[in-house]
Ligand binder design. Structure first.
Ligand SMILES: C[S@@+](CC[C@H](N)C(=O)[O-])C[C@H]1O[C@@H](n2cnc3c(N)ncnc32)[C@H](O)[C@@H]1O
Length: 212
């Protein structure tokens, strides 16, 4: 990570490329190389991208959590988060743009009631994401960091800036822009061309202040 623009045209051999909304393992590898955490926790672990990267880098103690079966059906809204991480990486759903639980979605037979991607009301989605971000913030050690990857959404002509609408926990230490590659919307033909398609995501790094 030499500067605040990130671009990974290839996602690498990590996680599962068929798991919709997955991220590039190179992003997580860069974050781990830069911050070199002792206790790494990944929330919204999805297909295991972060797990594969962490194991490749020799982290044997990292913890990876998701509501899906693969990562312990861990419910970030309710289950007790492990305490003591000095770095958390989280990659929440892009509101309800890609739905995860349920038949014909990404995993499981039916929608899970606490799956954030099934919340259609934007304000409720933000409020639940705030609950999770607060819980993550409380679980990390003073001086620790929360790196959160978030996208913007355009729906029915309205632009939603999730990074603007969420509550920020901790001090913003860095704001990186990640270029998006291979998104489905990239190949989509729009009827009206009077808007600029979104081709970036945000990586915000929040630091929990040290106790003085
Ligand atoms: C954008 S995906 C993460 C993709 C992952 N970074 C990867 O590369 O595979 C978001 C994830 O949030 C999970 N999720 C949604 N609501 C959750 C909740 N309440 N607790 C834990 N995980 C949740 C979904 O199961 C999905 O795997």
């Amino acid at each position: 990570m030499n500067n605040s623009i990130l671009s990974y045209p290839v996602r690498g051999p990590y996680g599962n490329s068929k798991y919709r909304g997955n991220c590039s393992g190179y992003l997580i590898r860069d974050i781990l190389d830069f911050y070199q955490p002792i206790n790494f926790l990944e929330c919204f672990a999805g297909s295991g991208t972060g797990f594969d990267v962490a194991r490749e880098l020799g982290y044997t103690n990292s913890i990876h959590l998701d509501l899906n079966d693969h990562f312990g059906n861990f419910n970030l809204l309710k289950d007790e988060l492990p305490k003591g991480a000095d770095l958390v990486f989280s990659h929440p759903p892009y509101w309800d743009i890609i739905q995860y639980s349920g038949k014909n979605h990404v995993w499981g037979d039916k929608p899970h009631k606490d799956d954030l991607s099934h919340i259609h009301d934007y304000n409720e989605f933000i409020q639940k994401l705030n609950v999770i971000n607060k819980r993550i913030f409380e679980s990390i050690i003073p001086g620790g960091r929360h790196a959160i990857l978030l996208g913007d959404v355009r729906k029915k002509g309205k632009y939603y800036s999730i990074i603007k609408d969420i509550t920020w926990y901790g001090e913003l230490e860095a704001h990186l822009i990640k270029v998006q590659h291979n998104t489905r919307s990239k190949n989509k033909k729009y009827n009206s061309y009077n808007f600029i398609p979104i081709a970036h995501e945000h990586l915000l790094i929040f630091k929990k202040p040290q106790i003085r």
